[in-house]
Design a protein around this ligand. Structure first.
Ligand code: HXC
Length: 259
């Protein structure tokens, strides 16, 4: 499928999705969000793909939802827009493959929220994060109030969302908002290295880990632990479990096949 606002490539088992509206700092309108959702559906069905990278390129991740596009929306249209953002970001979370956000420059508003839906975040030294919606007379509408507070805690989320302040990569790292800071030149190479490492793991086990963490954080500990045990037990029906444990005993590297 052709995408107007996205670049898409596959390298070995890695899918690379690049937001491509550079003139407006990759501002997210309904069209790019819909394209991203469609592409994620395509990636989900592609058995060759074992890990996904979402990036905005070398200069900017995304400066948020498209402000001119939002200006004249009615409440009903705004709800439709927010629902589309939620559906796409939920699709990232429900994708049974790990998704890495490779972030250079600004990740603001909906751009920050997009990164929050990914499993892991790599940021460049000049990356900047924030939820500045308050300065536009609104609040985050693409999951930011929920995902940010779960990730970095309520107090820090309120600070960011109430003040609209923008934080640098070091502060984001200290908050646990990003996993690692890398140099600008290394961003894509590091993201690919991480993705390739993940692609070499058992995909069924990885998908189970993602599900157990994402589902478990939404429910009470008893239910979450119960779900974890079921996921753990189900993995004993896979060849990958036999391969992983046999490989350990035979002192060799496991060759996981995803079955
Ligand atoms: C549309 C945007 C944009 C945005 C930047 N641009 N952000 N266009 N929507 N969110 C455009 C600018 O208008 C400008 O176009 C060009 O990109 C370059 O931006 P500048 O402002 O000139 O660059 P700079 O001075 O470097 O400042 C960068 C910036 C600033 C700090 C990121 O652009 C900024 O504050 N942007 C808005 C950030 C924001 O408030 N995001 C939250 C949006 S609300 P021209 O044509 O003038 O060159 C949101 C809600 C999500 O995300 C929920 C949805 C359901």
């Amino acid at each position: 499928m052709e995408y107007k606002n996205l670049l898409y490539s596959k390298e070995e088992n890695i899918a690379l999705i690049t937001l491509n509206r550079p003139k407006v700092l990759n501002a997210l309108n309904l069209e790019i969000i819909t394209e991203l959702h469609n592409l994620l559906d395509e990636v989900a069905m592609d058995e060759e793909v074992k890990a996904v990278i979402i990036t905005g390129g070398e200069k900017v991740f995304a400066a948020g939802a498209d402000i001119p596009f939002m200006l004249g929306l009615t409440p009903t249209e705004a709800e439709k827009l927010a629902t589309a953002f939620h559906a796409t970001f939920d699709r990232i979370e429900s994708l049974d493959k790990p998704v890495i956000a490779a972030i250079a420059g600004f990740a603001l508003g909906g751009g920050c929220e997009l990164s929050l839906a990914c499993d892991l975040r790599l940021a460049t030294e000049d990356a900047k994060f924030g939820q500045p919606e308050i300065n536009l007379g609104v609040i985050p509408g693409a999951g930011g109030t929920q995902r940010l507070s779960r990730l970095i805690g309520v107090a820090r989320s309120k600070d960011l969302i109430y003040t609209g302040k923008i934080i640098d990569a070091q502060t984001a790292l200290s908050y646990g908002l990003v996993n690692e800071i890398v140099s600008n030149e290394d961003l894509l190479a590091k993201a690919k290295k991480l993705a390739k490492g993940l692609a070499s793991k058992g995909p069924v086990a990885l998908a189970a880990a993602k599900k157990a963490i994402n589902y478990g954080i939404e429910v009470d500990k008893y239910t979450g632990n119960c779900f974890e045990r079921q996921c753990f037990a189900l993995l004993f029906s896979t060849q990958d479990q036999k391969e992983g444990m046999n490989a350990f005993l035979e002192k060799r590297k496991a060759q996981f096949k995803g079955n």
